[in-house]
Design a protein around this ligand. Structure first.
Ligand code: FE2
Length: 420
């Protein structure tokens, strides 16, 4: 007898009336004509059953700290970095763990079950690193967290930056990070990309770098990242986060750059909510959007995912862990309004994000983890349009969260109920 059988589900690829069978935390069959008995059965009623949302770019050490010790007045990336610097001496391990756990609760309720979080390695105490390792351990039974060693103050620009980053990796941080556009010079930035890729190659680790997060059309670190990826044989293990300078680059140069990125196997993560908020701040009018060239990268075969980046922290005052809100913003900023484009935006917060994170057991097929979300929507486009209610969230066959369907009761004669 099966543990769980879900019937009459719609899948993200458009298949309808599908049954999903679960045994021992894994999907054992996905088919149209499945006839079996199970301890638990659920009729999905034609609603969308999707693999969980994944966030490939987040900062869990800064989340839910909005207003501490003050609010970012200018709204710029650089004031955010300065503000984080003011907050760091006031941090305690307990408070960081508590805020991360609180965010983990939000994430699970939103069907977000895998998060790649950058963690600041700049301080020699490595307090945020130790706190996030503890939070990761405590959330492991219900949330997959990957940690990226992120030298917020610049691995070359800050004293001891490289040593602190290596010590974070020694403690068990999973991925090598970087911030080349924040180093002192363009050549220091390029040098940081080279040495961090070499470090990742030596240790057999993936790379995920904040790269070219600026409006500077001449910021060229993604070119170096793609080149180093090929030189060191790191194809498939490297991600460039943000890449916002590509928005402002010369079109001729980009016509050379995008094929180089595709050839190198480097993936890209845009952070639509944050890019549209932080970029273009030095512009008068017209103001640049600042998000990287998502549809063009996708068309060239580059894996592109969307990240949340920030929730209620020195850089961003809003957010709730809702990756459909992220997809919604990405769709608008990139003008991906075709049917195919809207579905690609759904992929950007599900399957593409899982690919960036290297999640091998992810997907709606036999043999994969029985982790999925039942949405109050009939397809991925409706899910984005409504930022659909997460009716049920399972991880490895275990039900983690339930939410009542969103329904308005109208005080209009003869039209009392309005199913959303
Ligand atoms: Fe970030």
């Amino acid at each position: 007898m099966l543990d769980l059988l879900i019937t009459h589900a719609t899948l993200p690829d458009g298949r309808t009336d599908m049954a999903v069978a679960v045994q021992d935390g894994r999907i054992v069959e996905v088919s149209a004509g499945l006839n079996a008995t199970a301890h638990d059965t659920l009729d999905a009623g034609g609603q969308l059953l999707t693999p969980p949302f994944c966030d490939p770019h987040f900062h869990m050490d800064a989340t839910l700290s909005y207003g501490l010790p003050r609010v970012n007045q200018s709204g710029t990336l650089l004031e955010g970095i300065a503000l984080w610097g003011e907050l760091k001496p006031l941090l305690t391990e307990e408070a960081l763990v508590e805020r991360a756990l609180a965010y983990g609760d939000w994430a699970v309720a939103k069907g977000l079950l895998a998060i790649r979080s950058h963690v600041d390695t700049s301080d020699p105490s490595l307090l945020p690193v130790r706190a996030m390792l503890e939070a990761k351990k405590r959330m492991a039974p219900y949330l997959d967290v990957q940690l990226v060693a992120f030298p917020q103050d610049g691995v070359l620009r800050s004293p001891g930056g490289l040593d602190n980053l290596k010590r974070a990796l020694d403690l068990g941080v999973d991925v090598v990070g970087g911030i080349p556009h924040f180093e002192r010079t363009m050549s220091d930035g390029a040098a940081s990309v080279k040495l961090l890729c070499e470090l990742a190659a030596e240790r057999g680790l993936p790379v995920d770098m904040h790269c070219d997060e600026s409006d500077d059309p001449l910021s060229r670190h993604i070119e170096t990242l793609a080149c180093e990826t090929q030189r060191l044989g790191l194809q498939g293990r490297v991600n460039g986060s943000h890449l916002t300078s590509m928005h402002s680059m010369d079109n001729y140069y980009v016509s050379k750059l995008i094929p180089l990125i595709a050839e190198s196997g480097v993936s890209a993560v845009a952070n639509p909510l944050i890019n549209i908020t932080l970029q273009g701040r030095h512009d008068t009018y017209p103001k640049r959007r600042g998000m990287t060239r998502v549809p063009e990268l996708m068309a060239a075969g580059v894996t592109v995912a969307f990240g949340h980046d920030c929730v209620m922290d020195p850089w961003y005052s809003l957010g709730s862990g809702d990756m459909l809100e992220v997809a919604h913003m990405g769709l608008h900023v990139a003008q991906m309004t075709s049917q195919a484009g809207m579905r690609q935006c759904f992929d950007a917060v599900t399957v593409n994000a899982a690919k960036v994170m290297g999640l091998a057991s992810y997907g709606m097929e036999a043999g994969k983890d029985a982790s999925f979300v039942l949405l109050q929507a009939r397809d991925p486009i409706e899910a984005i349009r409504l930022r659909a209610t997460r009716l049920k969230v399972w991880r490895k066959g275990r039900l983690l969260s339930e939410m009542a369907p969103a329904t308005a009761r109208l005080s209009l004669p003869g039209r009392e109920e309005n199913p959303l």
